[in-house]
Design a binder for this molecule. Structure first.
Ligand code: G3I
Length: 416
């Protein structure tokens, strides 16, 4: 297959049809360079230099341009970023990314805290930010055992809800939330983290009350609310053998029943030595063989000491603070910085081997300053998991990611 045909297919693939529910805004992308110029005024000297290099015809120096034609590059945003309150980070997002995810504001407890109360103010702002900046907008997440209020699973007397009532509640929630953003949010993490580490289904309240068909029901309800949206299953540690096998089995079963699932999100909250590149490679290939698109949905890299032998990203884990667990409070030693850069370069090179199957790589945050990793699994650590440092400057890892981009893809970025 010639590479150019691959690139054209990639563009077509991102045309949003029921079969291939991606919806690029190509006109917006053409205007992006002009808009990027404005954004960079706020993004600081490093960003401006990057823009000048890009305009002089040299290698692209934004993440989204470097991987144009291969996959989208996204970031998870907090309200200060998409409201523009943090102008510097908002500018950085506009300059570097062409997809956004909401770090917290579309979770059930935020958007639907009480039975008759929906809070859409932040979600509306988030979606508007994405639309204005011609970005691929992700909805995260509709069905999760975490960050879902207790009342969701109980009747007015506090007794467990019946299967029928919980399904109705789920249907109403999805109709209201997905329906509001129909045609605007491009892709949904429909079900999040439904699997245990051994690949069996987690005994969440959804599972206990509804049974294992809660997963297919959720996908069907979202498809009903927005038939054009891309629908994904999202989880962590899918590179581990047992969990990956469980996820493959789940996807196969959903496909066999005709459930409208388009892709699988590998969260990739990774460490320096886990998972191996080979495990990532295999995982992407295996889901690709089932006809799934693969998205890297929550990428960050942890250089701090590990506090558990498992590779969980379970938010309920909480380990007591200890100075030994926080070895770099005043900055990363150069050797660690370089090792992190190498790890990031290797990861992106591995993802880019699968251009077309991997359609998006999203970082879980923008700068190290606001990453959840500063508070998990140990509160108050100084973590360095992302591509931009605490003041928004690109780290050596950023350069390594740009350098890892497929050169031919970069060279025709003007087509997109
Ligand atoms: O907004 C409140 C604030 O009012 C309050 O003062 C403060 C006190 O702790 O808490 C704030 O809420 C926090 C929220 O993030 C916003 O910052 C919650 O305590 C905290 O638990 C929550 O953590 C989020 C976590 O999911 C749980 O929802 C992280 O930011 C977010 O990065 C993380 O994201 C998850 C993905 O959704 C799913 N995959 C794993 C990933 C990492 O855990």
């Amino acid at each position: 297959m010639s590479w150019l045909n691959g690139a054209k297919r990639s563009l077509l693939r991102r045309t949003r049809t029921p079969e291939s529910p991606f919806r690029p805004d190509i006109s917006g992308r053409r205007n992006q360079v002009a808009k990027t110029g404005t954004a960079l005024k706020l993004a600081g000297v490093a960003g401006l230099m990057a823009f000048q290099v890009a305009m002089s015809g040299q290698a692209p120096t934004s993440l989204k341009d470097a991987y144009q034609g291969c996959f989208l590059v996204g970031a998870a945003l907090n309200p200060a970023q998409f409201s523009g309150k943090d102008a510097r980070e908002a500018a950085l997002v506009k300059a570097q990314f062409n997809s956004i995810s909401p770090e917290n504001i579309l979770k059930w407890e935020v958007v639907h805290p009480k039975p008759d109360t929906y809070n859409f103010a932040l979600a509306d702002q988030y979606v508007d930010f994405g639309l204005k900046n011609h970005m691929f907008i992700i909805g995260h997440t509709l069905v999760w055992h975490s960050q879902t209020p207790k009342w969701v699973f109980e009747d007015e007397q506090g007794n467990p809800l019946s299967r029928t009532s919980l399904l109705k509640r789920l249907h109403d929630h999805i109709q209201t939330v997905v329906g509001r953003y129909k045609g605007k949010v491009n892709a949904w993490d429909v079900v999040n983290e439904a699997l245990n580490e051994d690949g069996t289904l987690r005994q969440s309240p959804w599972m206990k009350i509804i049974g294992e068909d809660y997963i297919e029901k959720a996908f069907e309800y979202v498809h009903e609310a927005d038939p054009q949206a891309q629908l994904n299953y999202n989880d962590y540690s899918l590179e581990n053998d047992a969990k990956r096998k469980g996820a493959l089995k789940l996807v196969e079963a959903l496909k066999a029943k005709g459930v409208p699932i388009n892709g699988v999100g590998l969260q990739d909250h990774v460490h320096m030595d886990w998972p191996t590149l080979n495990e990532i490679d295999t995982t992407i290939s295996e889901f690709g063989k089932l006809g799934m698109k693969v998205m890297i949905t929550e990428l960050d890299v942890d250089v701090l000491p590990q506090v558990t032998s498992s590779q969980t990203a379970d938010v309920s884990l909480n380990v007591a603070a200890d100075p030994k667990l926080n070895p770099y409070p005043n900055g990363l030693p150069d050797s660690v910085q370089q090792a992190l850069a190498k790890r990031y370069g290797d990861l992106f090179a591995t993802y880019a081997k699968h251009c077309g199957v991997v359609t998006r790589v999203t970082l879980w945050g923008v700068t190290d300053k606001n990453s959840w990793k500063n508070d998990w699994p140990v509160k108050g650590r100084t973590s360095y998991p992302l591509l931009f440092d605490r003041s928004g400057q690109p780290k050596p890892a950023f350069n390594a990611v740009i350098e890892a981009a497929p050169k031919k893809v970069s060279s025709i970025s003007g087509l997109f």
